[in-house]
Design a binder for this molecule. Sequence first.
Ligand code: HEC
Ligand code: HEC
Ligand code: HEC
Ligand code: HEC
Ligand code: HEC
Ligand code: HEC
Ligand code: HEC
Ligand code: HEC
Length: 414
Amino acid sequence: MSTFRSVFIAVILATALIVAALLINRERPALDTERPEADMVAATGRCATCHREETPAIVVEYEASRHASVGTSCLDCHGLQDGQESLDHRGFTISASVTALNCQQCHSSQYDEFLRSRHAAPAFAAVEGAEPFTEEQVAFSERYHPGAVDRPPNTLARLEGASAIASGCVSCHKIGQPNTDGSIGTCTSCHSRHLASVELARLPTTCGQCHMGPDHSQIEIYEESTHGVLFNAQRDEMNLGADPRRLTVADMPVPTCATCHMSGLGGVGVTHDTSERLSYWLFAAVSERRPTYVQAQDNMKAVCGNCHTANHTDAFYEEAEAVVESTNERVLEAKDIMDGLYEADLLTPAPFDEPIEFTYFDYWHYWGRTAKHGAFMGGADFVQWHGNYQLLAQLVELRALAEELRTRHASPTE
Ligand code: HEC
Ligand code: HEC
Ligand code: HEC
Ligand code: HEC
Ligand code: HEC
Ligand code: HEC
Ligand code: HEC
Ligand code: HEC
């Protein structure tokens, strides 16, 4: 009798322990439970042993990476490549800096796609012009993005000065900087240096480091869109680290920036060329169709098609394209006013030396862009209050400023 009771109690206790363990495990983040045993990925070797003391965060980040679990070592990345400056370091020869060239040894297809994108040379040339690039680099990018690299340095940036450029513009635009070893770009802008993670790159906040603010409010627009709201509600249930070659809607039923602009989903292939799915130059003052309009729109619509019906997507695009059209009309109206003032010599040819030039710049660069971006990414507030309302109000302002200049010119007594 008593043996039966103790066996019975033992069985109950054992079951309780297993259930408790399962419950506790369920509460742990997926990263913990799905990662191989800690000692299997712990960094070994002299770099790691010493740096665990000297710069522990780097070693911890590295150990959480896929690189650690597949055995890509410190020296695999830090090793010297052709054209790099060498550094003698604790008995090792390492590269003085780790660039896209180091990543390219093992990820050449990602590098090639990236190189074709506006994230490469065009991003840096938007600030610094063609000068920092070699002739071949300029010619290469111009084939894909005419006028995007073969251009002068940005005028506004020059007026603001070197320190503003270094800590401001370039902090974002260095995603496409030329490196001294001949490569272009900064892969770590999206993957970080040592975590080197796909999950990180798929988070909206990662893109939002640069894609934010009144001139390109993509992160703010996303946060208020249905997609952003659902993402925040459901992110814990999503498999954000899913292998890009096998990503399905079941892993991520809600799209992030990366899903629409980069991920492979359904019949659409994964890409590091963020231009492949864009049909307009929305960032321009007046947005024209890209030469790749048809193909690009097919690509993006096919992404939507993984989750929505074709009718839903077509109706959405029709509304968004109408916003592009009406914004173009408004900006052209404002541009006419400005052109008239320059022709009548009421403004100096120098840029940004008169108040109305700032009003006009804000007009298309803030409100015009925001309306268009809001329409294509589901940000109603940005189409309306930070877009069309401002387009209406600021056109009144521009007209008044222009009128004032004309009156002052007609009676230059004061
Ligand atoms: C015996 C200790 C030791 C070893 C071994 C070691 N490092 Fe270091 N490393 C250091 C220290 C100390 C610094 C400077 C840290 C500081 O400034 O706070 C440093 C700095 C660095 C830097 C920055 C260099 C710079 O000039 O900015 C890199 C990159 C680096 N180590 C990578 C490596 C790699 C890769 C290995 C293995 C091939 C390695 N280290 C091996 C101790 C070590
Ligand atoms: C996926 C490639 C990769 C791997 C693997 C890697 N690193 Fe790095 N590491 C980088 C990059 C990129 C930088 C930034 C270098 C630069 O800006 O020149 C960097 C920078 C560093 C720095 C200077 C960081 C600072 O903030 O001052 C140290 C130290 C360093 N790595 C040590 C290590 C050690 C130790 C390991 C192995 C445990 C390791 N790295 C593995 C890519 C890598
Ligand atoms: C020596 C080869 C090597 C180098 C150098 C290297 N990687 Fe990797 N990387 C790998 C391997 C192997 C994998 C795992 C591939 C797989 O899962 O099939 C990987 C995976 C990745 C992943 C996917 C991680 C994930 O979360 O699934 C990213 C992102 C990545 N690397 C970025 C980089 C970046 C950025 C650099 C340069 C700073 C770099 N790699 C340098 C070999 C390398
Ligand atoms: C917070 C990050 C950030 C800062 C700071 C920043 N930019 Fe940008 N910039 C971007 C992003 C993101 C885009 C892409 C906008 C789009 O395509 O909608 C962009 C677009 C541009 C464009 C239009 C694209 C092109 O190739 O013509 C120009 C020009 C530009 N930036 C110049 C500058 C200059 C000059 C500065 C400093 C005075 C600056 N940016 C500061 C992130 C930034
Ligand atoms: C604009 C952000 C961004 C930049 C810059 C970027 N990546 Fe990625 N990368 C991503 C995203 C997002 C994914 C995952 C795509 C998806 O959702 O499947 C990814 C995936 C990867 C993978 C995993 C591919 C696989 O099939 O497992 C590798 C490797 C990688 N990137 C390497 C690089 C290298 C090398 C560079 C620099 C040349 C780079 N990335 C620059 C955003 C970026
Ligand atoms: C370090 C800053 C930075 C990060 C991080 C970044 N971008 Fe960008 N992105 C830029 C800049 C700068 C441009 C403008 C390039 C140009 O046209 O001159 C740009 C342009 C773009 C464009 C427009 C390309 C075109 O052809 O007009 C898209 C789409 C884009 N980024 C998507 C993304 C996505 C998705 C992510 C995250 C996975 C991301 N970006 C992360 C800086 C960044
Ligand atoms: C539901 C899909 C979707 C999501 C999510 C999404 N975008 Fe977009 N994005 C679009 C569409 C559609 C366009 C307009 C495409 C066109 O021109 O045909 C666009 C345009 C852009 C552009 C404009 C490029 C230009 O010409 O000025 C940038 C930059 C961009 N997105 C970045 C982002 C960033 C960053 C995020 C996340 C914060 C994001 N997107 C989220 C679908 C999406
Ligand atoms: C990975 C799946 C996925 C992708 C890709 C995707 N969406 Fe969505 N979208 C959703 C989900 C889920 C909802 C919420 C639907 C619901 O509640 O029934 C949603 C909601 C929406 C809504 C708000 C609901 C409504 O009808 O008013 C719009 C608009 C929308 N998506 C447009 C798009 C467009 C346009 C694209 C492509 C540029 C796109 N989506 C890409 C998953 C996706």
